[in-house]
Design a protein around this ligand. Structure first.
Ligand SMILES: Cc1cc2nc3c(=O)[nH]c(=O)nc-3n(C[C@H](O)[C@H](O)[C@H](O)COP(=O)(O)O)c2cc1C
Ligand code: SF4
Ligand code: SF4
Length: 292
């Protein structure tokens, strides 16, 4: 889905900005929308597109003055589905680019790392930044840190709005700005990527639906990589999962598990998203049923 916004007349340079994003549980979508709104207030024209609704091959960098990409930090990587999208983007031919991450705790050098292949393709990254949002990942073995509870979201979003306003000004002025490329950020990135590459297969054996599943089909309809199928006997999770945490967090009855331990919904709380509702918003449709 592509949304086109038109800015108001302003004395500063008006730019046409195309932002492409991926969001697993709504944080990055929220940030991208806030940023678009702010840039429009500053006079720009902004197109906001989820990579779930676009082919990278159809992106025309020549149509924009600035291209932006936004995505959640997944252990110092961009999510696999978004890395694939970035890989398929056409050459940048010098187009100014900003890369924006969202992270629950610390982003390290993720924006920089993800922008490297784009730079090699001719984009010109001038702004690399992170907006701290709620943490959507708490799983046995993979991540010991708690998800951000709803009662802590308001101050978090307040700070995020202030950061987004600052970033919008920098983007408007094409002001060079880099976060995460110092020693600490780079070290965190190198260590995390190394750990994931070695141990992710050991720590993540895939999700499954327990006996409380109502077969509502929400997870099947909304998995961004179509990894979930409903058969006559079960809800089956294939091997394409990118651990975006959408189905696990937003299953209406918390039936999706990683281990027996995650049945304890007090200990392994589900993240409720930046606005306390599932992402993406559901239009009530018929349950999907496919014979396996
Ligand atoms: C697989 C995975 C890995 C993550 N790794 C990190 C991390 O290394 N550092 C961090 O601060 N947050 C990490 N997070 C939390 C997310 O980056 C954060 O909640 C993000 O804002 C989610 O954005 P989304 O709702 O747009 O998917 C991770 C989340 C997932 C699902
Ligand atoms: S969202 Fe939950 S209840 Fe609905 S089909 Fe998926 S696992 Fe079952
Ligand atoms: S199976 Fe669930 S966690 Fe994995 S990619 Fe699909 S929605 Fe995301």
């Amino acid at each position: 889905m592509t949304k086109r916004f038109h800015g108001v007349t302003s004395l500063v340079r008006v730019a046409v900005i195309g932002i492409y994003y991926f969001s697993g549980t709504g944080n990055t979508a929220w940030v991208a929308r806030q940023l678009a709104a702010r840039l429009i207030d500053l006079g720009d024209e902004v197109t906001l597109t989820s990579c779930e609704h676009a082919s990278a091959l159809d992106v025309d960098p020549a149509a924009y003055d600035v291209v932006g990409v936004a995505f959640p930090v997944h252990a110092s990587f961009a999510p696999l589905v978004f890395r694939d999208f970035l890989d398929r983007l056409p050459p940048g031919e010098g187009k100014p680019l900003f890369a924006l991450t969202t992270a629950g705790y610390a982003a390290g050098d993720t924006a920089w790392y993800a922008a490297q292949p784009l730079q090699a393709k001719g984009y010109d990254p001038f702004l690399l930044a992170n907006v701290k949002m709620g943490n959507n990942l708490h799983l046995p073995l993979l991540s010991p840190l708690p998800v951000t509870p709803p009662e802590k979201m308001e101050p978090l979003l307040y700070r995020a709005r202030a950061k987004i306003a600052q970033l919008a000004n920098l983007i408007q002025q094409r002001e060079p700005y880099e976060e995460g490329v110092g020693l600490t950020g780079r070290a965190l990135g190198i260590v995390q990527r190394g750990l994931v590459e070695r141990f992710e297969d050991l720590a993540f054996k895939g999700f499954w639906a327990d006996e409380t599943c109502t077969r509502c089909g929400w997870c099947v309809r909304h998995c961004p990589v179509h990894a979930i199928e409903m058969t006559e006997t079960e809800v089956a999770f294939g091997d394409k999962c990118i651990i975006c945490m959408r189905c696990y967090n937003f299953c209406p009855v918390q039936a999706i598990q990683l281990t027996e331990a995650t049945r304890d919904a007090e200990k392994y709380r589900r993240y409720s998203g930046p606005e306390g509702k599932p992402y993406p918003a559901d239009s009530v449709g018929p349950p999907i049923f496919r014979v396996g």
